[in-house]
Write a protein that binds this ligand. Structure first.
Ligand SMILES: [Zn+2]
Length: 153
């Protein structure tokens, strides 16, 4: 289990999960690809476990952009929670041949999620995978906090 930190918050995930996402994004290379992150909290919400992910099927994508269908109702997160105990906790996508840093579009997308009234999510997580045509180059988890994206160290 890998643990990253931001203030008093911990983010925990398995390396295999990131590797699985990487393999999927390489299939979509040189276009960006991604989806949703699923996880659960522990210790009074100070520890977040990223447990699984979902792919999106409605999206527009190029080598510099990944924009999913904004309507989150297409996924029934309430059913997912009842069946698996996992919450929708954020978003992930690849940056082919680019850095694992968020773009302005990415920041705006996170802003939209927080202001979306069908989703009760105030500190969504964003995972960006920097990939080449055949491997993972780098990745960063960010947390959206007070209008900013801050990297988990
Ligand atoms: Zn991006």
């Amino acid at each position: 289990m890998i643990v990253k930190k931001y203030k008093n918050l911990q983010l925990c995930f398995k390396r295999q999960l990131v590797e699985k996402m990487t393999r999927i994004t390489i299939h979509h290379y040189p276009n960006e690809y991604g989806g949703f992150l699923l996880g659960c909290y522990a210790d009074d919400f100070t520890r977040l476990y990223i447990k699984d992910f979902l792919l999106v099927d409605k999206y527009t994508s190029s080598s510099v952009e990944f924009r999913r269908e904004l309507n989150l109702k297409i996924h029934n997160f309430e059913n997912i929670f009842q069946e698996t105990g996992l919450y929708y906790i954020g978003e992930w996508h690849s940056h082919p041949n680019a850095s694992a840093w968020y773009s302005l579009t990415d920041l705006q997308a996170m802003n939209d999620i927080v202001s979306c009234d069908t989703v009760q999510l105030y500190n969504p997580v964003l995972l960006i995978l920097s990939i080449s045509s055949n491997k993972l180059l780098d990745f960063n988890f960010f947390i959206f906090d007070n209008g900013r994206l801050v990297v988990y160290e």
